[in-house]
Design a binder for this molecule. Sequence first.
Ligand SMILES: [Zn+2]
Length: 92
Amino acid sequence: MDVAGERIERLHDLARAAAADGDADRARYYVRLARRVAERNRLTLPLAFRRFTCDRCDAYLRPGTNARVRLRDGHVVVTCDCGAHARYPYED
Ligand SMILES: [Zn+2]
């Protein structure tokens, strides 16, 4: 994996750890940083990163804490505390 990819993975870990600590602002900071690194290097963010971050407010999503996860019509619907919904096919 290249340097930018590794950096994104590390920022993802940091965001996850900050969210686990209940520090939503710090988690959001790392999420935004990771998005910027991906953008600058024209990389696609890892699937797990996209699934656990909110596209609207950049929160690191923790189901049961700041996000709700529901299954509907073969899709997973994740609702962030900010009100944004993300919808994914069930298979992946
Ligand atoms: Zn949100």
